[in-house]
Design a protein around this ligand. Structure first.
Ligand code: ZN
Length: 475
């Protein structure tokens, strides 16, 4: 143990990051978000080391995870006298010394999420929640320590190789585009405690100072453009759309207007103030449509994740497997067996789509008085919308996506391009219609036939036609 290796990795968030405090599962108030960021004792945002090493562990080949990062597991080779498997713990040879988080000048942002009731085509009651996010451009530093007997250690080389190819994903909401980060640099400082210089360095410096100018730069973003590649696209491509009318995706806040009653409902914008369609909107709309398509063609056993009566995702169907699911209270009340886990992350990853070249307008609306006709008093409201403009939809995956889901997703996207479903608010008022750009439209038309064939191949004629087939399209 005479050689200490300190590895320092610097990362930068390329999108918003959601590292939720573990104490967050409390009732929120007007002043407090439902899902606040994890913070240290001084109120500064803080990133637990486990959040970063969890991401690194996830990208380690499965057969090396235990050797590099340790594990706690039921050991079949280690049974007690009554034949029960004992829990075995293996310590990680890679030690996490700590993390540091540097915020850019932009403040911590918030996003509100809600679920949509498909019958009313409006936000469902009690589903609004507020999430606090780290802004893009936040820098994160991670320090790891590995001890070895010799200067050259295969273990250190393996971890360095792993860091070099790392595609860091931090915190929650990864399937809706949160927590994407890029590696800036990786430094490696060898401290030989058997030499006076090494011992002096070890004893007189501490913390971040241990990695000084004698460290070797193992990776530098400036010299290797692009960094680690992104997760692959589900369809091998990004999809291009254009806004056909106007889109309103609200933030749940409104701006005051001078001299007029009521505010203007603001649209969601990213850190560069560009209107944005969040990954969570794509995921919600496409999931609802995929469920609808699969049930309509009689492929049963697909749950209705936001249906009122079934309250929540089942956790066993093919849609839950691809889109993820979470345990919700009330599910077990149906007489269903309560599941052993609390949910699983989806395989599909949806990113935010900034709307480029669009124009932001304020539209005024008024409610109609149904008894007397005409406009109702004090019912004027205004909202920002983004009109024209084009956007790119990125659907990636980090595990294999079932053929059935891929096919249903093609048909859902075709419906989106044909205007059968819309995104954002006010779809019943003609908002939220998109059209596909020519190359994407051609691709969707070409893929449609094979998608239909896939659905036909999965169709079991014995299953009864589902009652939900007449259900309205989601908002
Ligand atoms: Zn399900």
């Amino acid at each position: 143990m005479s050689i200490v290796h300190i590895l320092q990795a610097e990362l930068e968030l390329t999108g918003p990051g959601a590292v939720t405090a573990p104490e967050a599962h409390t009732v929120a108030s007007v002043l407090r978000p439902d899902l606040p960021l994890a913070r240290d004792g001084w109120g500064n945002p803080y990133l637990p080391g486990t959040s970063l090493t969890g991401s690194l562990r996830h990208q380690t080949p499965p057969d090396r995870r235990r050797a590099l990062f340790g594990d706690v597991f039921k050991d079949p080779d280690n049974t007690s006298r009554n034949g029960r498997e004992e829990t075995t713990a293996i310590a990680s040879p890679v030690r996490v010394l700590g993390t540091r988080l540097t915020l850019p000048d932009t403040p911590v942002t918030h996003r509100r999420h809600t679920a949509v009731d498909r019958h009313r085509a409006a936000a469902k009651a009690t589903t609004l929640h507020d999430r606090e996010l780290l802004p893009p451009g936040t820098e994160l530093t991670l320090w790891l320590r590995i001890d070895s007997e010799t200067t050259v250690s295969p273990l250190v080389d393996e971890v360095l190789e792993l860091l070099r190819g790392w595609r860091p994903r931090i915190g929650g909401g990864r399937t809706t585009g949160y927590g994407r980060a890029e590696l800036i640099t990786v430094r490696h400082r060898v401290i030989d405690l058997s030499t006076p210089a090494g011992l002096h360095h070890w004893l007189t410096t501490g913390g971040p100072g241990l990695v000084d100018d004698q460290a070797t730069v193992v990776h530098d973003r400036a010299q290797r453009a692009g960094g680690a590649p992104d997760e692959p696209y589900v369809f091998g491509r990004a999809l291009q759309f254009r806004i056909a009318d106007a889109v309103h995706i609200g933030t749940g806040t409104s701006a005051e207007r001078s001299g007029r009653r009521g505010g203007v409902a603001k649209i969601l914008r990213d850190h560069e103030n560009v209107p944005v369609i969040p990954g969570s909107t794509w995921k919600g709309v496409l999931r609802a449509r995929v469920e609808f398509i699969l049930r309509s063609v009689g492929i049963g056993d697909v749950c209705a994740s936001v249906e009122d009566n079934t309250s929540g995702s089942c956790g066993t169907c093919v849609v839950c497997e691809a889109f993820g699911w979470s345990e919700r209270p009330g599910r077990a009340a149906n007489g269903a067996e309560p599941s052993k886990t609390v949910g699983a992350r989806g395989r599909l990853l949806f990113a935010d789509s900034p709307v480029r070249g669009g124009e932001v307008r304020v539209r005024n609306h008024v409610a109609i008085d149904r008894v007397f006709g005409g406009a109702r008093d004090e019912a004027l409201y205004s909202e920002e919308t983004v009109e024209d403009g084009h956007l790119t939809l990125h659907i990636r995956h980090d595990k294999a996506v079932p053929d059935l889901i891929r096919a249903a997703l093609v048909l859902a996207l075709k419906d989106l391009a044909d205007g059968a479903i819309g995104i954002g608010g006010g779809t019943t008022r003609g908002y939220g219609t998109l059209t596909a750009q020519p190359t994407t439209a051609d691709w969707l038309t070409a893929e449609r036939t094979s998608a239909m064939d896939t659905l036909r191949a999965h169709h079991r004629p014995t299953s009864p036609a589902p009652a939900q087939a007449t259900e309205e399209a989601p908002a």
